[in-house]
Write a protein that binds this ligand. Sequence first.
Ligand SMILES: O=P(O)(O)OC[C@H]1O[C@H](OP(=O)(O)OP(=O)(O)O)[C@H](O)[C@@H]1O
Ligand SMILES: Nc1ncnc2[nH]cnc12
Length: 187
Amino acid sequence: MGELAPAVRAEVDRALAACVTDVPDYPQPGVLFKDITPLLADHDAFTAVVTALASAGRDDDGTVIVDKVVGMEARGFILAAPVALALGAGFVPVRKAGKLPRATHAVSYALEYGEATLEIHQDAVAPGERVLLVDDVLATGGTVAATRELVESCGGTVHAVAVLMELSFLPGRETNPGLTVAALGTV
Ligand SMILES: O=P(O)(O)OC[C@H]1O[C@H](OP(=O)(O)OP(=O)(O)O)[C@H](O)[C@@H]1O
Ligand SMILES: Nc1ncnc2[nH]cnc12
């Protein structure tokens, strides 16, 4: 993973501290929801976050080492698409069930507040391609584990997952053994 410029690191830290709003008991009692919409509305914060997440797709010399960036519906799309553009890589959407029009691979999984099924187009990642996963929050890790399975079903390899925030009280890393996790912040 490429080194972050000090100004980018400082702006990411400001964004995490000032632009993520905690919403208790949403979408159900007991969940402390991390609302990133204020961060997205702040141009400097959004720019720094995209730059920092993209560094997970580079080696220490700054060379891009991934072919595709995968974003998970829906918040993952918002971050992953600009990261793909920043890296000069293709963007691949992983969508909730029933949204992709052609042949898919599908995986069902549990998350902090429910269950879902994710799908990927079977030809979205070519065999042998290296993939960076990008999402806003790593919580139980179920979304990342399911997405990794989908990428591997296509024949691709997950290089790393880059997230804005990791929830340290949930087992996101333990759910994904052997996977490199680049988290911009831990809460
Ligand atoms: O680590 P996990 O427990 O799997 O949780 C993390 C996932 O939960 C949220 O997505 P959600 O499914 O709520 O969808 P959304 O982006 O459409 O709100 C978040 O954006 C991550 O994708
Ligand atoms: N606590 C949380 N806040 C925002 N997104 C989440 N996804 C899973 N858990 C979450």
